[in-house]
Design a protein around this ligand. Structure first.
Ligand SMILES: O=P(O)(O)OC[C@H]1O[C@H](O[C@H]2O[C@H](CO)[C@@H](O)[C@H](O)[C@H]2O)[C@H](O)[C@@H](O)[C@@H]1O
Length: 259
């Protein structure tokens, strides 16, 4: 079973990657994915657990980096703010939504085709137990984690809807999302890097999913580095951490170096 269905990186490498040095965040701008990087993957989108320790870690890191921290997630900005709080930059919906730490927000118009997409996905979910539809402000996600055998049918529906609507098909971990095109985690990181306080500081991005490869490519192009969370695979990342637990432990140690 392929957990990361599609969206394979363009030019990438395969091979043993070392853990990042604990000094990596010195003078850096830090970009962090959410699901699979800061929190364990759960059966359902609303099943992830965020404890006070994680919230403290993110806020402390943002302070230690003088505000040069952003969460860059496929989830909507408001969902990330609800999980982690406010006071730092967030990009949501795979780069579509941008919110700076001062509250300034940028986002394109919502697509007219979303109600049609949601209705078709809901119809599929109603007759296929284990399929779940996630409503998002600029798209919709068809989750099949609880019915992995339905991956081909879910993919076929998503491909048809992409063709009908012109929306972009984003494959993730056991999910097919239809969303506004022209944005990704690479464009989000680049936009943050062109603005204060990120500009002029080496970008570092931590992520686990194939959707994070755009972010890895972007930070490499700007002289920075990516950190892959999870098993070895083809990637643009330079370093690797085994899992969420190791990632949180590394972030805590890297923060001590900044103090
Ligand atoms: O960019 P991310 O922060 O990694 O967000 C990517 C997607 O994460 C969520 O879905 C994934 O995590 C769920 C909870 O662990 C899991 O149940 C699901 O199978 C995964 O695909 C979120 O629901 C999506 O909106 C995000 O795009």
């Amino acid at each position: 079973m392929n957990d990361a269905a599609g969206n394979m990186p363009r030019q990438s490498r395969m091979g043993p990657l070392n853990p990042p040095p604990e000094t990596l965040l010195e003078g850096a701008s830090l970009f962090l994915d959410f699901d699979g990087t800061l929190v364990e993957i759960a059966t359902r989108p609303d099943g992830v657990r965020v404890d006070a320790g994680l919230r403290d870690l993110i806020h402390s890191l943002a302070g230690a980096l003088d505000g040069r921290l952003a969460i860059v997630s496929g989830r909507p900005v408001d969902a990330i703010a609800e999980f982690l709080g406010e006071g730092f930059a967030i990009s949501g919906s795979h780069g579509i939504e941008m919110r700076w730490a001062d509250g300034h927000c940028e986002a394109p118009p919502r697509p007219d085709s979303l109600p049609h997409v949601r209705a078709e996905m809901q119809r599929f979910a109603a007759t296929n137990s284990g399929v779940l539809v996630e409503d998002k402000p600029f798209g919709a996600g068809l989750h099949y984690r609880e019915a992995p055998e339905l991956e081909p049918q879910a993919r076929a529906l998503a491909e048809r809807l992409a063709q009908e609507t012109g929306l972009y098909l984003q494959a993730g971990k056991m999910v097919f999302e239809l969303r506004v095109e022209g944005h990704d985690k690479g464009t989000a990181i680049t936009r943050f890097m062109n603005s204060a306080p990120f500009h002029g500081h080496r970008p570092i991005f931590l992520g686990d999913d194939v959707t994070d490869e755009d972010g890895f490519e972007a930070v490499v192009a700007m002289g920075g580095a990516g950190v892959l969370i999870g098993a070895e695979r083809q990637t643009h990342a330079e370093y690797r951490l085994e899992d969420v637990g190791m990632t949180l432990a590394w972030l805590a140690k890297a923060m001590e170096v900044l103090r």
